[in-house]
Design a protein around this ligand. Structure first.
Ligand SMILES: NC(=O)c1ccc[n+]([C@@H]2O[C@H](COP(=O)([O-])OP(=O)(O)OC[C@H]3O[C@@H](n4cnc5c(N)ncnc54)[C@H](O)[C@@H]3O)[C@@H](O)[C@H]2O)c1
Length: 312
């Protein structure tokens, strides 16, 4: 297949593009390189690369020519970055997705897989111990609101035009190529630098951490599914942030202390006490669900990202 990955030079996009290339697909990447280029040399050499903004209608039209599938991942993210840039965050989401939809119509693209987020559940009540796609969502940030808007827009586009759409709700993906906007690499970095590990709030808030390889496997298995769907990709396990900090401290054998800070005001909307997802729907659609245990995933990325530390 010919597949366009917007945001393909980012954390998830670069891992996805590598896997798609290795599976023999023809891959096109469109990325502004806002966060640098995380594609490895081999993959970069094999993809057709468009450097630019997903808000450019012309560029998206050009990049998606002849494509069967679009993975639409380009976005502004990171709690502090989004809090400081709410308008740009929404702009990139809304205009970017509109361009992807319009280009898919013009170029007869059959499948759009869109990167939504578990962040849209926000304070939704957790039913039967995990968030399913049927739970009433409660988006509160510019980022989450725009993601939810796009989910509805894509679903209506399916109703009107018949294009196959999947909005994927990712749950705290972690793995190599991730930068320290996110909690896992930030804790690793603090341990490596011998600094305190800084946890916002009590540390008792929980999240569901999903390993990158499992996430990519699930994304690939969703290619070719017809209809309109919203699908969680979750590990179905709940870890509190202080446990995560202790685990990374133990893996790195760091002497760092774990310190607890009051979250800055701008982070309040993101502060959710519990988040754990169900991957039952994913399993029904693909016969696959993520299964890498957090400890195992952290150990793997430590070995890959920090080979020097391992030798010592
Ligand atoms: N990482 C997670 O845990 C997680 C969780 C939920 C949802 N998501 C979603 O998954 C997608 C990928 O996330 P990621 O973790 O790889 O983030 P990332 O920041 O590493 O990747 C996003 C990519 O989009 C590019 N980009 C940003 N603005 C752009 C623009 N205007 N035009 C073109 N490219 C632009 C960036 O340069 C970057 O390479 C995003 O849509 C994100 O909202 C990620």
């Amino acid at each position: 297949m010919k597949i366009l990955v917007t945001g393909g030079a980012g954390f998830i996009g670069s891992n996805l593009s590598r896997k798609l290339v290795n599976e023999g697909h023809e891959v096109v990447v469109l990325d502004s390189l806002l966060r640098g280029n995380k594609l490895d040399k081999d993959t970069f050499a094999k993809v057709k690369f468009f450097k630019g903004d997903v808000r450019s209608k012309q560029l998206v039209l050009e990049a998606s020519k002849g494509c069967d599938v679009i993975f639409h991942l380009a976005a502004v993210l990171g709690v502090d970055i989004v809090a400081d840039n709410p308008v740009e965050t929404m702009d990139v989401e809304v205009i970017g997705t509109r361009n992807v939809v319009e280009a898919s119509e013009t170029n007869n693209v059959k499948y759009i897989l869109y990167a939504s987020t578990s962040g849209i559940y926000s304070h939704s009540a957790i039913v039967k111990n995990a968030l399913t796609e049927e739970v009433l969502v409660d988006p509160r940030t510019s980022y989450a609101m725009a993601k939810r808007y796009n989910e509805i827009y894509l679903a209506s586009h399916h109703e009107e035009r018949g294009i196959n759409v999947i909005s994927i709700r990712f749950f705290n993906v972690y793995g190599w190529n991730q930068d320290n906007r996110m909690v896992v690499p930030r804790f690793f970095e603090q341990c490596e630098d011998g600094e305190d590990i800084t946890v916002f709030g009590s540390g008792e808030q929980t999240r569901d951490f999903t390993y990158i390889e499992d996430t990519i496997e699930a994304c690939c298995k969703l290619i070719g599914i017809k209809g309109s769907h919203i699908v969680n990709i979750a590990n179905e396990s709940e870890w509190c942030i202080s446990e995560l900090a202790s685990e990374i401290k133990s893996i790195t054998k760091a002497k760092s202390n774990i310190t607890y800070l009051d979250a800055p005001k701008k982070r309040y909307d993101y502060e959710v006490e519990r988040r754990v997802g169900s991957s039952e729907k994913l399993f029904k659609l693909t016969n696959y669900k993520p299964d890498t245990e957090l400890r195992e995933g952290l150990q793997k990325i430590y070995e890959i990202n920090y080979p020097k530390a391992i030798k010592n």
